[in-house]
Design a protein around this ligand. Structure first.
Ligand code: BJW
Ligand code: ZN
Length: 271
């Protein structure tokens, strides 16, 4: 029969102490306690729109100013945020394990760089990065931490539903500075309908095949293909431990479930 649901921390810690290759899959919940709104909570709106309606290439081509306002808002929030106890527990654990010849990889759906800022070294960002831009003309991908990213976005991006669009002319939105290219830049994130980077996915597959313990932290697990990562590990018989504020789903095939804010549960689990 199926393994019984389990929230026995002592038993999990026993399994954890023997694991050699740990994969941690994270989502927006891990950054919630850094003050970044999650995508599918009531707060997961920006002005009158849901993320699903803004994070698409169609919306960017229709209204690049609105989409840039949205990403400018996110970039500024993420820049001001500090890593939470959850990010820190993960980073400290990786450092500790590496001294013991054990490994940890963070496979994150988040684009906010908070894992890296907490000190995690081995991070795979499957949905891209808010602090990278990609040129629509020449394809150049660049790191970009400017605040604001361009003068026209200064003071824009207010999420209040009563706030109206800034309607910034496209020539004043972020532009490419590669040898006179001047093409329109977009955030180097993965939008709905776009495929994930195949090089990143290949690395993820390798890690999912190699891990002997998997943690699934703060994700609703509704966005594909990332929603399949943990089930893929569980189907090999490898223990998966879910950390989420919501209760365990009755259909879940994961071995452990720890309900509560991950900034409280992870530091205990990974101590
Ligand atoms: C806490 C906590 C605390 C809170 N402690 N826990 C129909 C069926 C199947 C698939 C599709 C379909 N229609 C379309 C698709 C494909 C689509 C998809 O999956 N759609 C679903 C919505 C159905 N996927 C794609 O398009 C992907 N590409 C793809 O599939 O390519 C092939 C293809 C091409 C063309 C057509 C079809 C297929 C790409 C997906 C890209 C997702 N991008 C985003 C935006 C990134 C940029 C940005 O940052 O703005 O990524 S969307 C958004 O969702 C973001 C997130 O990474 C992602 C996941 O969200 P996450 O992390 O799970 O957050 P939440 O808010 O949903 O959940 C938070 C969780 O934390 C909750 O569970 C809380 O309870 C918990 N929590 N506080 C612990 N303190
Ligand atoms: Zn360019």
């Amino acid at each position: 029969g199926a393994a019984r649901p389990n929230s026995d921390m002592a038993e999990f810690r026993e399994v954890f102490s023997k694991a050699k290759h740990i994969a941690i899959i994270t989502g927006a919940g891990v950054s919630a306690e850094s003050g970044l709104p999650t995508f599918r909570a009531a707060s997961g709106h920006w002005r009158r729109w849901k993320t699903q309606d803004l994070a698409t290439a169609q919306e960017f081509s229709r209204n690049p100013s609105r989409v840039w306002e949205f990403y400018h808002y996110w970039r500024e929030l993420a820049l001001k945020a500090t890593p939470s106890e959850a990010h820190r527990a993960i980073a400290e654990c990786e450092a500790r394990l590496s001294k013991q010849g054990r490994s940890m990889v963070v496979i994150t759906q988040n684009t906010d760089e908070l894992h890296r800022r907490a000190g995690s070294k081995h991070v795979l960002e499957v949905h891209g990065n808010l602090f990278k831009t990609r040129c629509l003309s020449c394809g150049d991908v660049d790191d970009n931490h400017h605040s604001p990213i361009c003068a026209a976005l200064q003071g824009k991006g207010d999420p209040d539903p009563k706030c109206s669009d800034a309607d910034i002319p496209v020539r004043d939105l972020p532009r490419c500075d590669e040898g006179g290219c001047d093409g329109l830049l977009r955030p180097d994130v993965i939008w709905f309908g776009e495929t994930l980077d195949s090089h990143v996915l290949t690395k993820v597959e390798k890690e999912l095949d190699a891990c002997d313990l998997c943690l699934l932290v703060g994700t609703a697990s509704v966005v594909f293909p990332a929603a399949l990562f943990a089930p893929q590990v569980a189907s090999r018989g490898v223990p998966v431990a879910e950390f989420n504020i919501r209760p365990r789903a009755s259909t879940s095939r994961y071995k452990y479930h720890f309900q509560g804010p991950c900034a409280s549960t992870l530091p205990i689990a990974l101590a």
